[in-house]
Every structure is written in structure tokens, then in C-alpha cells.
Ligand binder design. Structure first.
Ligand code: KMH
Ligand code: ZN
Length: 274
């Protein structure tokens, strides 16, 4: 376990609307500012989804180029592009921005219910995304929303398509997938191969309980509007940075400092680690 805590900010997402969260960043400068503030508060990875100016989710190259530039011009946060996009999006759209060669990109290892929709990731889809990730020398973050996705990870390990050390993200509390419980988090953390690292994200009101468990267990954390828009019951968060500040406070109470960008690269075994 590393004492340093790698904090991911998922500040845009694909599902939350401006109506629900008026501070949701949509334009490149808004996204850049939001990630700059989150980085200043201690976040070292920026998980990125694209939005059109009207808020419609998009994974198009031009949007990601403008977001990536706006963030890069303001701070050195590690950029992690989503390849999940939004429920129902076509595969090509989900991965077209990878040619911009972000340092990291997500790879969800299976299909699950996602509220009223289905987040679809058949094995051929996973292989296509993984091929594209490899083509551009990007480091994957393996997204686990439910137990069966860990079995897919094992299959890919057995076939030699993935090899540890790898970084996982356990997303707990999506309606229709694994609940955000201590039991599930413990099971997921134990199930991955030795030497791998993991982050936990909790959806909605389970965000703070989930990240607090992860901090105590030696994992890493993800926070942000993609997962939760309320700072506490009935109170909307005024920025993504506010969530980052809270996990930093909790982490310091148990002797963990936020990782710097360079420390995060080492902890996650990113090829760019100095
Ligand atoms: N928006 C979700 C359906 C990812 O970023 O890779 C999928 C998602 C996963 O957010
Ligand atoms: Zn995402």
C-alpha cells in the first residue's frame, strides 16, 4: 500500500445535466478551470467525458481535443479519456478520440444495467477498445461495475491480452450493478491480482462512504459530478474541487497525503513515470 493517495476527478460525466447541477462544466474553458481547481485541491487524474455546448454527451474528437488543450494549458493533471461514453453510444464514437493519445483511458470489462438503460460491453467490444488503447500506447484503467467483470479480467489475463500490474476502478452503486457496500469493495479488492492497484468510486449518496473505505483500505479514490452532485443531503456541491478537498481532509486524518502527479505515475506504473 502506498501512503500517497491518487485522487481522480470525474468532473463532467455523461449523464448529469445542468438542470440537476448548475455548476456542471460543459465548454472547454469551463472544463479546464474545473480540472485546474480540482488539481489544485489534490486531484492527479482527470477522467474526461465530452459534452456539446447544450450538454448532450459526445465522444467526438474535436470536443476531446478542445477539452484536452484547455486542461493541459492550465494544469499537469494526468488525462484519462472515457471510452464508455454514454449508454447507447456507438462503439466508434466511444473510441475515436483515443488518437489524441491521452496518458490513460478507461476500459469497462462487461455489460450491466445502468439505471433504466444497459451499458453494453460485449467481449468483442472490449477487445476492439483494448486494441485501440494499445495502438496508441495508452494505459488502460479497468472499470469494474459488477462481479462478472472480474471474471472477464481473469479471462483476459489468462489469454495474455492483459498483464499485471494494472490499475482498476471499482464503480459501486450504479442502479442495477454492484451496490456500494463494504462487502463488495472488500471482495473486489481481494479478487484482483497481486501488484495491481485500485480506485473506488461510489455513486450518489454513497460517494463519501465508499471513498472513506477505500482510503482506510489502502486503495485510491474517485470523486466528482459524474458520480455525485450533492455535497451533503439537500446541498448541491459548488464545485468538483470541494469533493477533492473533503477526501484530502479524510485521508490526512489517517496519515495519507494526496499523491503528486509524478508519484501517481509511479504508483500506477505508468510508462511516463520518471
Ligand atoms: N457513462 C457510463 C455509461 C467510462 O467512463 O468509461 C459509462 C462510463 C464509463 O462512464
Ligand atoms: Zn466515466
Amino acid at each position: 500500500m502506498s501512503d500517497e493517495l491518487v485522487i481522480t476527478v470525474a468532473g463532467v460525466g455523461a449523464e448529469v445535466t445542468r438542470k440537476e447541477q448548475p455548476r456542471l462544466p460543459l465548454l472547454p474553458d469551463e472544463v479546464g478551470e474545473e480540472y485546474r481547481r480540482a488539481h489544485g485541491a489534490g486531484a492527479t487524474i482527470g477522467h474526461i467525458h465530452g459534452r456539446k455546448p447544450d450538454g448532450t454527451p459526445t465522444q467526438d474528437l474535436a470536443t476531446f481535443r478542445s477539452y484536452a488543450e484547455a486542461i493541459r494549458n492550465r494544469c499537469p493533471i494526468i488525462q484519462q479519456f472515457s471510452t464508455g461514453g454514454a449508454v447507447g453510444m456507438g462503439l466508434e464514437e466511444r473510441i475515436e478520440a483515443l488518437e489524441l493519445r491521452p496518458e490513460m483511458a478507461t476500459l469497462t470489462l462487461g455489460t450491466c444495467n445502468f439505471g433504466d438503460g444497459i451499458f453494453e460491453n460485449r467481449l468483442p467490444t472490449i477487445r476492439t477498445i483494448l486494441d485501440r488503447i494499445r495502438k496508441f500506447s495508452i494505459t488502460p484503467e479497468l472499470e469494474i461495475f459488477d462481479n462478472g467483470m472480474l471474471a472477464t479480467a481473469d479471462t483476459l489475463f489468462a489469454k495474455g491480452l492483459l498483464s499485471p500490474p494494472l490499475h482498476f476502478d471499482f464503480v459501486l452503486g450504479v442502479p442495477g450493478a454492484a451496490a456500494a457496500t463494504a462487502g463488495n469493495l472488500t471482495h473486489f479488492a481481494r479478487a484482483i491480482p497481486a501488484g495491481c492497484t485500485w480506485t473506488a468510486a461510489g455513486i450518489g449518496r454513497r460517494q463519501t462512504a465508499t471513498t472513506t473505505m477505500a482510503i482506510a483500505m489502502g486503495g485510491h479514490v474517485r470523486v466528482g459530478f459524474e458520480d455525485n452532485i450533492f455535497y451533503r443531503k439537500g446541498e448541491l456541491a459548488d464545485s468538483n474541487a470541494r469533493f477533492v478537498e473533503r477526501v484530502v481532509r479524510i485521508a490526512r486524518e489517517v496519515g495519507r497525503e494526496p499523491a503528486t502527479v509524478e508519484q501517481a505515475r509511479k504508483i500506477l506504473s505508468l510508462p511516463s513515470a520518471a
